[in-house]
Design a protein around this ligand. Structure first.
Ligand SMILES: NC(=O)c1ccc[n+]([C@@H]2O[C@H](COP(=O)([O-])OP(=O)(O)OC[C@H]3O[C@@H](n4cnc5c(N)ncnc54)[C@H](OP(=O)(O)O)[C@@H]3O)[C@@H](O)[C@H]2O)c1
Length: 307
């Protein structure tokens, strides 16, 4: 628990004999000490502030708690690798004779829906990689290295699982109309999702102070996480067109993950914009759009529409 002088910034710096050369700034977390037994969350020191801002009296020193967050990677690296897997692995099942290794020796006839599904899938993950580098303005520079393995396991495994069934030699296509409705709806939702991400991007300045604003415009006027809503709907479109159990399982898992995150983001915005001390009040909005009506905001009973 080191003590720092006022003018210093809260960061353990590198030096020839520095306290910890391996503790580069992004893997450090410095907090103010809590009273023993306190259940409150500690105040995390911001690197842009000076330590004097954290002292109340005339004290010349400040005690802070140091935590090593472990090895870190940039958010762009994390997102790039988790999306690269499905982008590469899915076409392997389409283009290469992988099913021979699963016991199917005959010729494989490729249905149009399988070709469109491959393009749809690749467009989706290519779009996500492009958004990662050219659209998103992240609040945190880095993420723990362990998240790369966890997230890659999630995306790469589901990518192979769905690709295996959609491209399977025994796959039965849906009728033409259903395919067109599914892909058409899904593509509209992908474009809407991109538009949502551009709206979120414009909430932060290029200098990147990382703060949060109330998202407004387009679907954000009625729903807090319009980007998750459109993401869920675009997977629904893909599944209407391709109709596999594997695809629907992914849809349910992805929707549950995004639902949890949406609830947390909704609560954070309500907390930040509480209408007190000159702060604006967060408007009345859905957490996520119907038909996901089972979603609740627990801070307000069991209503899906959080006030
Ligand atoms: N299929 C799946 O399982 C799955 C799961 C999750 C996400 N996704 C897709 O990946 C996309 C990105 O995911 P994500 O969780 O990173 O999205 P996100 O956090 O909701 O938003 C994307 C970017 O906008 C910023 N942002 C969000 N709300 C903001 C606000 N009120 N004010 C200012 N900036 C704000 C975020 O900043 P921060 O850096 O501060 O968060 C982030 O950089 C999703 O929109 C979705 O399309 C898919």
């Amino acid at each position: 628990m080191p003590a720092y002088r006022h003018g210093a910034r809260p960061m353990v710096r590198r030096g020839r004999r520095g306290p910890a050369k391996k503790y580069y700034p992004s893997r450090q977390r410095l907090t103010l000490p809590l009273q023993p037994g306190s259940k409150e969350k500690p105040v995390v020191l911001q690197s842009k502030k000076v330590l004097k801002e954290y002292t109340s009296g005339n004290s010349d020193t400040l005690t802070v708690v140091f935590k090593d967050l472990g090895s870190q990677v940039s958010y762009r690296t994390l997102f790039f690798f988790e999306y690269l897997g499905p982008l590469i692995l899915y076409p392997v099942f389409y283009y290469f004779p992988v099913y021979q290794y699963f016991g199917y020796k005959g010729e494989r006839a490729i249905h149009p829906v399988q070709t469109y599904a491959m393009y749809y899938w690749c467009f989706h993950y290519f779009k996500r990689i492009m958004e990662t580098f050219f659209v998103h303005r992240f609040s945190h520079a880095t993420s723990p290295l362990s998240n790369v393995f966890r997230n890659c396991a999630y995306y790469w495994t589901f990518g192979c699982y769905i690709a295996y069934y959609v491209n399977h030699p025994l796959y039965t296509p849906v009728n033409d109309l259903q395919m067109k409705i599914g892909f058409g709806f899904g593509l509209i939702m992908q474009v809407a999702n991109l538009y949502c991400h551009i709206i979120l991007r414009n909430l932060r300045s290029p200098s990147g102070n990382g703060g949060y604003q109330i998202p407004r415009g387009f679907l954000f006027n009625i729903v807090t996480c319009a980007n998750y809503t459109t993401e869920i709907y675009q997977w629904l479109g893909f599944n209407i067109a391709t109709q596999t159990v594997a695809g629907y399982i992914f849809l349910v898992v992805a929707a549950s993950i995004m639902t949890n995150w949406a609830l947390a983001k909704h609560r954070r915005l309500r907390r930040l914009f509480d209408g007190k001390e000159g702060r604006p009040k967060y408007p009345r909005r859905w957490v996520i759009l119907p038909p996901f009506l089972f979603l609740t905001d627990n801070t307000h009973g069991s209503e899906a529409f959080a006030r």
